[in-house]
Design a binder for this molecule. Structure first.
Ligand SMILES: [Fe+2]
Length: 302
């Protein structure tokens, strides 16, 4: 009887140790998750320099995938952060609003505010395209009235700091062969845009929301576009700490090989931003919303 009691006491003590260890590990993992979750709420700045044919530096701030998020009252924190970078140009690279929300005021007031800092070039994402289809009207007049230069499968040429630039925006089927359309005339129009866009000695800067062709299908080695500015992957939404690996990206699925950063080829460089917001069921974790500051600089003499 005494031995049975001793064994039962031992058993209870072992369970107590087990549950203590279990809850300690659980608390630690929860704390780590919360830390990474909270760290993904504040804005960050990624800066990089790219050597191009530029004869003098040009500074671009890239914003993408805002998804109607607001940082401070009327995005005042985001506006101040962009202004502090003193950009020559601001590129908005699509999905700045949400396809299933009427609200266009967040993005138009952001454009109005940022237009006093630098010219805002606006390329569409899949959300702008779907918004237009759903609402049966064009966003372009609204964005232009707010002060943006909309480049929707279109481009403009300009000279800046002595640099001849061509700035284009593309959102469509080509160069995405898996997104085929029965509308052959649309494909032809888009291909004609690309042929025309590429046919210049100017420095070619292309806002192309969807990076898949460039970073997953080797287009950086095939299409002569100097710099491509993309988003869409949201940095993989959740990033695994230590190995800094994104969890998921549309079209490429789980553990995408490349979901943020600079992807270089022989013909083009793709700057893939993790963006500023989210439209996924999962929160951004270990993945701070970011603006990207890109300095185009002259090539250094060898
Ligand atoms: Fe997006």
């Amino acid at each position: 009887m005494a031995q049975e009691k001793r064994e039962s006491r031992k058993g209870r003590a072992a369970w107590r140790v087990f549950w203590r260890v279990f809850f300690s590990i659980l608390a630690l993992l929860t704390a780590i998750f919360l830390y990474y979750l909270l760290s993904s709420l504040s804005l960050s700045v990624e800066t990089l320099s790219l050597e191009t044919k530029a004869v003098s530096p040009v500074r671009i701030v890239q914003l993408t995938d805002l998804h109607n998020t607001q940082y401070g009252e009327r995005n005042e924190k985001l506006i101040a952060l962009v202004a502090a970078q003193e950009p020559d140009l601001i590129f908005m690279c699509g999905d700045m609003l949400n396809r299933d929300e009427e609200n266009t005021e967040i993005v138009t007031s952001l454009i109005s505010a940022l237009s006093s800092t630098a010219p805002v070039y606006y390329g569409y994402g899949n959300h702008e395209k779907t918004w237009e289809k759903r609402c049966g009207r064009s966003l372009k007049p609204l964005l232009e009235a707010a002060g943006a230069i909309v480049v929707d499968n279109d481009y403009v040429d300009l000279d800046l700091n002595g640099n001849p630039l061509r700035i284009g925006g593309y959102m469509g089927y080509y160069p995405l062969p898996h997104m085929t359309t029965a509308d052959k005339s649309q494909q032809e129009r888009e291909q004609a845009f690309f042929r025309d866009f590429e046919d210049t000695e100017r420095i070619k800067l292309l806002i192309d929301h969807i990076p898949t062709g460039w970073v997953d299908w080797d287009y950086v080695n095939n299409y002569p576009v100097d710099v491509v500015f993309s988003g869409h992957y949201h940095g993989g939404v959740m990033r695994i700490p230590i190995i800094d690996q994104g969890l998921y990206a549309p079209y490429v699925g789980w553990f995408p090989p490349f979901s943020k950063g600079v992807y270089s080829g022989t013909q083009a460089v793709c700057v893939l931003s993790a963006g500023l917001g989210n439209d996924s069921r999962f929160p951004r974790v270990n993945n701070p919303p970011e603006i990207v500051v890109i300095d185009l600089i002259p090539k250094t003499e060898e």
